[in-house]
Design a protein around this ligand. Sequence first.
Ligand code: 13P
Length: 254
Amino acid sequence: MRPKIIAGNWKMYKDLHASSELIASVVSRVDFDLDNVRVVVCPPFTSLELAHRLLEGSPIALGAQNMYTEDEGAFTGEISPKMLLAAGCTYVIIGHSERRQYFGETNVSVNAKVRKALAAGLTPIACVGESLEEREKGITEQVVGTQVKALFKEISEADASRVVIAYEPIWAIGTGKTATPAQAQEVHQFIRKIVAQLYSWPTADKIVIQYGGSVKPENAVDLLKQPDIDGALVGGACLKAETFVPIIRAAVKT
Ligand code: 13P
């Protein structure tokens, strides 16, 4: 059975002091059996090492929010997968819509980063999703299908099954507007079908597909109950243990 993965994308929030408070608070509240649920926190780069130390002995894994495609070199401002591994990361978010929108990431760069993350031994959480305009034009499947096909370019079937996909409709990010469970399920099922076309059904059935976009304790159970929704990539609600941990509980319950 596929695991469920609940990941918290902290985005550009929490300095060192606030990071240590949040990690301590999450760790102390996750005192229940996680069963088949994996939990990941993705703080800003500056808090990774501290978070790694504070997470020691807990079942919670560490992820980064971005990386570059080289191990080292004259690339001012960039962070390599090797550095992330050394800081204790096992996951890395790639191609978040905010990186596509504000930092010029494209389907091509996202694919390069996914390949590099896999080669380095990190689990990529690759993000896809349509804008409101695209949804209203009725081209959600076309947009998401293109993004999914692009992100798997030149990736072997064995590696493909290690990729986590996060479906995040852009219109639902930070807006309080959640896709209905049925709307999300429809796209998740479509994504799995594309993966089956690219590889095979056994591989498509292994792939974890998270939903992201205004996930909260109030809507988590209904979303996570859907057959093709295998977890959540949480933004705003992961910034407080009081709202993040109930989402983890919802995943354990469903
Ligand atoms: P919100 O949960 O704040 O809508 O953010 C979702 C997101 O972008 C997670 O990556």
